[in-house]
Design a protein around this ligand. Sequence first.
Ligand SMILES: [Zn+2]
Length: 51
Amino acid sequence: MRCLNCKKTVNAENFKKFQPFCSARCKSLDLADWLSETNKISEPLDMNSED
Ligand SMILES: [Zn+2]
């Protein structure tokens, strides 16, 4: 299974905790990203970050 945010492989234990993310950090980042996307759809997002 892979994190929806960073696309890294997630171990089962973390996936259960944070699904569908690898960590609380990714979970909160994704939520923030979703909120910003909702609020300003016309803004281009930088999705190229490796980490
Ligand atoms: Zn992640």
